[in-house]
Design a protein around this ligand. Structure first.
Ligand SMILES: NC(=O)c1ccc[n+]([C@@H]2O[C@H](COP(=O)([O-])OP(=O)(O)OC[C@H]3O[C@@H](n4cnc5c(N)ncnc54)[C@H](O)[C@@H]3O)[C@@H](O)[C@H]2O)c1
Length: 284
């Protein structure tokens, strides 16, 4: 799917921050918001990829800057907000997207180590609280703004041995609604997106390149018969940040090709049939 080129002036004069804006969903979102006129601060721990994304945006005539930001650090989050304001004079949009993939968070309550719970919860939840703490006063100075938090379909449907991720993403949905209530009166809308499976640079390399037929099997789980790409989520984030969504706040928007509206037992039967007919077995 190509990045759409409409709404070129949708965010003219607007200032946006995208955490985890170097790669994956955040990378696509930074490109989308910049293509639609926003100046975008790409806040990421991966300096090389952030610089590459910024260079691509700049080459296409957009405005962006990279900042090294670990959203696990209180000081780094404050510096990120301060930098957007000192660079461009205001803040209108905050997309809270960064996460390190959850390699340390797999397991049940019996298996997860306390320090891994603390590490992952800091990225999944505390970072979003701190981002809002410093972004909201800046947005209020301009009469409002928009925050979009990245939740997941894992925030409403639980998978085995994913205690930390599922709890964190469920919390993101609750935090989003709470922030929408608290900041609606000062003109700040807060929504979250629940992506289905989105193929990114890292998931392509770490999973799908190693699993022939695996992505096609995953596609079968989606009523639209495909998994997502970062632009699918970027398009939804752009909409939620725009005036077209001015009456939408506190909303957990599933952007999942219909994954979460299906009756599970029928889906299970259909997948079993697909696997038999295609002699396919997931390696886990
Ligand atoms: N890809 C999916 O299928 C999917 C599905 C549902 C929800 N999500 C959520 O969307 C968000 C983005 O996921 P993705 O798949 O694009 O991830 P990704 O791994 O492709 O990209 C994550 C980006 O965040 C950066 N990052 C990692 N740790 C960071 C930190 N501590 N501080 C700042 N930046 C950091 C990485 O360098 C990278 O640029 C996450 O919140 C994830 O939970 C993803």
């Amino acid at each position: 799917m190509s990045e759409t080129t409409d709404h070129m002036d949708r965010f003219a004069g607007r200032i946006a921050i995208v955490t985890g804006g170097a790669l994956g969903i955040g990378g696509g979102t930074a490109r989308k918001l910049a293509a639609q006129g926003a100046s975008v601060l790409v806040a990421d721990v991966n300096d090389e990829a952030a610089a590459a994304n910024v260079a691509g945006i700049t080459e296409r005539g957009g405005t962006a800057k990279a900042i090294h930001t670990d959203v696990g650090s209180h000081d780094a989050i404050k510096e990120m907000i301060d930098t957007a304001v000192s660079e461009w004079g205001r803040l209108d949009i905050l997309v809270q997207n960064a996460y390190d993939g959850g390699r340390r968070s797999n397991g049940s309550a019996v298996e997860v180590a306390e320090e891994d719970w603390d590490h992952s919860m800091a990225l999944l939840t505390k970072a979003l609280f701190l981002g809002a703490k410093y972004a909201v006063p800046e947005m209020q100075k301009n009469g409002g703004g928009s925050i979009v938090n990245l939740a997941s379909v894992h925030g409403i449907l639980m998978a085995p041995r994913k205690l930390v991720y599922e709890a964190g993403k469920a919390a993101v949905i609750g935090m989003t609604k709470q922030m929408a209530i608290d900041f609606g009166p000062i003109g700040i809308r807060v929504n979250c997106i629940l992506p289905g499976h989105i193929v990114t640079e890292s998931s392509q390399a770490a999973t799908w390149d190693e699993t022939p037929g695996g992505l096609e099997f995953f596609d079968q789980q989606y009523p639209v018969r495909r998994t997502g790409v970062p632009e699918d989520i970027a398009n939804a984030i752009s909409f939620l940040c725009s005036e077209d969504a001015s009456f939408i706040t506190g909303h957990p928007l599933a952007v999942d090709g219909g994954l979460t509206i299906q009756l599970q037992e029928d889906l299970g039967v259909a997948l079993g049939k697909y696997a038999r007919e295609n002699e396919f077995q997931m390696p886990y």
